[in-house]
Design a protein around this ligand. Structure first.
Ligand code: XIL
Length: 364
């Protein structure tokens, strides 16, 4: 082979390898983007939005199952952590939008509604707020700026906000938080007013856990709604978020139905905002058995069925708090093994998933 011939050959080999590399890399980019999922999307079976909580580490990382299942099955997204006070407002006078914007891009690329969580809470508060020293007026200015800046920033993208989260204790008393203690008992009403001023068309929710037990905490929320609706002018509130971190055996279904009926009677939207079904509340179990899977399936079926009893116009949706069992906050937060979600540790659908499908397909 002449020198020129060999040069020409190496040139073609180089071109061919570059093209092959390009094809492989395009291919693997496509593959790493989203997997094909066999099952019908859950939301396509429902007359209301079916959502999921996502967070930037899950979506930014290489968890293709998390990303694919989120994109495929759900048409509403809640940020699990990235819109909390510490995430968006880490230091005085400066906001940090990057991670939440990333999740919003993902949601928009896949045509999903975005539910904002959360403007005011006593947990995941940045240190500078915890340490803040000021008069009641200064505290009010701080919180008002926080709410108005965030609601305005996401005005076009966020459909609804949890304005205040977990303001009541189990016995129905107002929780002592930096907000209540520095601004006064009426801080909740003020937060809703500021949110409405900044985002006139945005749906505003009060969100809490343990409300479906229909006990003193729920009665306090009812009293708050009655108070808001009876003021002149009324305090704006559009809906109640029931977190629904429930167990396979608790609370009784009749209690869940009763609280949903009560909110329906007040004409407010209902969001089951953070649904998961714990199978190991007391930490007794180390393995998931077939019987537990079946109990959980029935529980998901029942919860979705109760939800379907609401008139369409009050159904803000059901949001599941995570995708696969291994992502669930319950394992890390409570430090126990549990299997609360619709997909298992390998991201295969569990009987619970089919319980939801059956509830949505049931014509009764
Ligand atoms: C949880 C997140 O899922 C965890 O990642 C975080 O460590 C703690 O908060 N009620 C709420 C949610 O309103 O914001 C909480 O989310 C779960 C309980």
């Amino acid at each position: 082979m002449s020198y020129h011939e060999s040069l020409r050959r190496s040139f073609f080999v180089a071109i061919a390898s570059a093209v092959a590399l390009l094809i492989v890399s395009c291919d693997s980019e496509d593959m790493s983007d989203l997997l094909d999922i066999e099952e019908d999307p859950l939301y396509s079976l429902a007359s209301f939005p079916v959502g999921v909580a996502v967070s930037s580490p899950d979506l930014l990382g290489d968890n293709i199952y998390f990303r694919s299942l989120s994109a495929h099955h759900f048409n509403s997204i809640t940020c699990g952590n990235d819109m909390k006070m510490d995430a968006l407002h880490p230091s005085e006078g400066s906001y940090s939008w990057g991670n939440a914007d990333f999740l919003i891009d993902f949601a928009q690329q896949h045509n999903k509604r975005i539910h904002g969580h959360v403007l005011v809470w006593h947990s995941q508060v940045p240190l500078w707020m915890e340490d803040y020293q000021g008069t009641s007026d200064q505290w009010e200015a701080l919180l008002k700026d926080h709410i108005k800046t965030i609601v305005t920033h996401y005005q076009a993208e966020v459909f609804s906000w949890d304005v205040v989260n977990e303001a009541f204790e189990e016995d129905g008393s107002l929780r002592h938080t930096i907000w209540r203690d520095n601004i006064g008992d009426d801080y909740i009403a003020k937060c809703f007013q500021w949110a409405r001023e900044a985002g006139p068309g945005i749906k505003l929710f009060y969100n809490d856990y343990g409300l479906s037990f229909n006990g003193p905490k729920f009665w306090a929320v009812q009293a708050m709604i009655d108070d808001f609706q009876s003021r002149n002018p009324p305090i704006p509130i559009d809906g109640i978020g029931f977190q629904m971190h429930i167990s396979d055996d608790n609370p009784p279904l009749a209690n869940i139905q009763a609280v949903v009926d009560t909110i329906e009677a007040r004409g407010l939207l209902v969001h089951f905002s953070e649904l998961d079904v714990s199978l190991n509340r007391n930490g007794y179990y180390s393995e998931l058995t077939e019987a537990m899977k079946q109990r959980q399936k029935e529980r998901y079926y029942d919860v979705f069925t109760v939800y379907r009893s609401l008139p369409d116009e009050l159904q803000a949706g059901i949001t599941i708090w995570g995708v696969g069992d291994s992502d669930s906050w319950i394992r890390s937060f409570f430090g126990r093994i549990d299997w609360p979600l619709l997909f298992d540790d390998n991201y295969d659908p569990k009987p619970a998933f089919w319980g939801v499908v059956e509830a949505l397909q049931d014509s009764g």
